[in-house]
Ligand binder design. Structure first.
Ligand SMILES: [Zn+2]
Length: 344
């Protein structure tokens, strides 16, 4: 079968690899009908160091179950399923608490340990706990939005939850990538009154406004902080949804959070220590967030997708075949595409 392999910085290839197959009785084999390139894939695409082992990429997919192991109880061949970016057993203490990304038996797709979803097929460990069977056919019109339940919509929602977004709150979203745009949807869905999008790409800002952003701040650093304060009567916002992951973004996040407010960070951090310890302390800020337990959020978000109340699938602005994946990485890296869908 064909699959995507990252060999080094800027060196991503689509190659023939051994067919995915069942290994454990709890596995399912899924034929991928839609996959994605993620903003987080761009980190290793840019920064992979010589000597690091090749990596089979992709952690977002919708597919059709082709086969299940003898221990799988809730799924059968032919089911249309969405795959969260992490696998989980659904039964341990953390899964019961809704934190599937900390599952004691879990892990992540698209890592050195487990092949990813930018491929024709993949093996799903702990299939009963991991996969979510969708009540739709394989070519449903809502497929793009359903696909975002694999990662970006659930991650945006997690940022909003971690930042304690609620009715009447003021919110700022840092980052105008697919996660930031989904974070705008999530903030509006949870009743935020003011949603300030902090980004600078005109196409993304236009989409953010359609998703519910009320204000846009395109400055950076101290100027951005001053602009957000000006937009909030000098107070700062209740909730900051940090969807970037850089030291600079975190500094801005802490700079614009009002006393007693919260930062929900879902951008994979590329800094050692969280900056802004002093203002965070004196302003009684909550700093929260991490890898989103998207498996826990599918049930909550699915009705809104099925009934058209939210349309996160609009973040996809390019559809490619598997063989075009290297160009898809380039396009996302050069900010030519917001988010790329792959149809193997
Ligand atoms: Zn678990």
């Amino acid at each position: 079968m064909r699959a995507t392999v990252l060999y080094g910085a800027g060196d991503v290839r689509v190659e023939n690899v051994p067919d995915a197959r069942l290994i454990e009785p709890t596995d399912a084999l899924v034929a991928v009908s839609r996959a994605c390139i993620c903003g987080s894939d761009l980190w290793p695409y840019k920064l992979m160091q010589p000597g690091e082992p090749p990596r089979r990429m992709g952690h977002e997919a919708i597919g059709v179950v082709e086969a299940v192991g003898s221990g799988v109880r809730t799924l059968k061949a032919g089911d249309v399923v969405v795959m969260p970016f992490a696998y989980s057993d659904g039964t341990c203490a953390f899964c019961h608490e809704g934190l599937h990304t900390s599952c004691v038996h879990g892990g992540f797709f698209g890592t050195v340990e487990l092949p990813g979803a930018q491929a024709e097929a993949l093996r799903i460990p702990l299939a009963d706990g991991t996969l979510f069977a969708l009540p739709v056919g394989a070519d449903d019109a809502l497929m793009a939005s359903l696909l975002t339940l694999s990662d970006v919509m659930g991650t945006g929602h997690h940022a909003a939850r971690a930042a304690k977004v609620g009715r009447g709150k003021t919110v700022a979203v840092l980052g105008d990538g697919a996660v930031g745009l989904c974070a705008v949807i999530a903030a509006r869905r949870l009743g935020a009154e003011q949603i300030i999008m902090m980004g600078r790409h005109p196409d993304r800002i236009a989409l953010a406004k359609q998703f519910g952003a009320t204000d846009v701040v395109s400055e950076r650093g101290d100027e951005a902080v001053a602009r957000v304060r000006a937009l909030t009567g000098g107070l700062g916002v209740h909730s900051v949804l940090e969807c970037v992951g850089t030291d600079q973004a975190m500094r801005s996040a802490i700079g614009i959070t009002r006393p007693g407010g919260a930062v929900g960070r879902v951008g994979v951090p590329h800094y050692e220590a969280i900056p802004g310890s002093d203002p965070a302390f004196y302003n009684n800020l909550t700093i929260s967030g991490g890898p989103a337990p998207v498996r826990a959020y599918i049930e909550e978000l699915l009705p809104d997708v099925l009934e058209g109340r939210i349309e996160p699938g609009r973040v996809f602005d390019r559809v490619i075949t598997l063989d075009q994946v290297p160009d898809g990485y380039r396009a996302m890296n050069e900010r030519e595409a917001i988010k790329v869908m792959v149809k193997p």
